[in-house]
Design a protein around this ligand. Structure first.
Ligand SMILES: C[S@@+](CC[C@H](N)C(=O)[O-])C[C@H]1O[C@@H](n2cnc3c(N)ncnc32)[C@H](O)[C@@H]1O
Length: 308
């Protein structure tokens, strides 16, 4: 079975509600974090960066902020197929069309097969660190399932309260690149950016040899996915991430939503207070991020800056 055949089988199982094994899991159609609030609090050095892939939104905003050498890493092959589809659709579609597609809003009239025909030449490339074929992958899904089935089953949904009509507002609120003026600028600079896409666990980042000293590292909230204790996660940061940073380089080592988790034990990592104390002791600063118009959410991002 080829990588792509395995990926199609896993995605089909997820859409049909069946269990799948790691590294396969549902994917994020858009970020649940807020680049607009966080990125303005980071330093102005973005040239060389390393990002967890996720929904692609964070690193697309980073290109807006000036990142030109990007290493994108995600352990879930399905996330990589989606990131490649999103990058191609950003180059092909206008702002309205891109939002209609990536919000997966079912009220929008969209022919996925026709869209894939438009994107095929942009997608049909070799990816040194990914053996999947995104054209074959999405062709199979768009042939076997309706847009509704894919929209409702393949993606993580932030919360069921959300009717589809709110997603776009949340996407615009959290992503400066989705503003018309920035979207057209991004379309111009995206071809100038050197983006390497890597399908592997970030814990094996030391097997990637051609990384320049990094100005930014963004780990989203993989802390919650990695089943490590805080101490073990800190060892991973010190041994594999901080040595990659340039002088004054910054790493967003965790980004946690504690709107509804205050006092609770977060994935056996301890309470939010204990996690804040831990990262503060490890030399990180806490960036408090408020989202009053998205269910009054409160997030905190932990940022480490290399000072020597
Ligand atoms: C941690 S999740 C959180 C996404 C978050 N909700 C967002 O919007 O940014 C982001 C991505 O991390 C990937 N991931 C989780 N653990 C990983 C690891 N150890 N190495 C590489 N990617 C990982 C998942 O496959 C997922 O696509």
């Amino acid at each position: 079975m080829t990588q792509t055949e395995r990926d199609i089988e896993a995605a089909s199982s997820i859409i049909e509600g069946k269990m799948v094994k790691d590294p396969y899991q549902k994917i994020y159609r858009t970020q649940t974090k807020n680049s607009r609030e966080l990125f303005k609090n980071l330093s102005s050095h973005w040239e060389n960066s390393l990002f967890i892939g996720g929904s692609a939104d964070q690193f697309l905003n980073a290109i807006l902020y000036g990142s030109r050498n990007l290493t994108i890493i995600d352990s879930n092959p399905l996330a990589i197929h989606y990131i490649l589809l999103k990058l191609a659709s950003l180059q092909q579609l206008n702002n309205k069309g891109f939002l209609a597609f990536t919000s997966w809003n079912l009220k929008e009239d969209l022919d996925l097969q026709q869209l894939l025909n438009q994107l095929e030449s942009l997608l049909d490339k070799n990816y040194p660190y990914f053996q999947g074929n995104p054209v074959q992958f999405w062709r199979a899904l768009f042939t076997n399932y309706s847009r509704e089935e894919i929209a409702q089953n393949l993606f993580y949904d932030e919360s069921i309260e959300y009717e589809n009509c709110y997603v776009k507002e949340a996407m615009r609120f959290r992503n400066p690149y989705l503003e018309k003026r920035f979207f057209s600028y991004l379309k111009k600079v995206l071809p100038l950016a050197n983006i390497q896409i890597i399908n592997q666990d970030i814990q094996a980042i030391d097997t990637i040899y051609n990384l320049p000293p990094l100005d930014k590292v963004y780990l989203s909230n993989i802390l919650l996915d990695m089943n490590l204790s805080l101490e073990a996660y800190q060892r991973f940061l010190c041994e594999k991430i901080y040595p990659l940073l340039s002088f004054n380089g910054e790493a967003v080592v965790a980004y946690l939503d504690f709107s509804h988790t205050y006092g609770a034990d977060l994935n056996s990592l301890g309470t939010i207070d204990q996690i804040i104390d831990f990262f503060t002791e490890q030399g990180c600063r806490s960036e408090l991020l408020l989202e009053p118009n998205i269910q009054n959410q409160i997030h905190v991002a932990f940022v480490y800056q290399k000072k020597r």
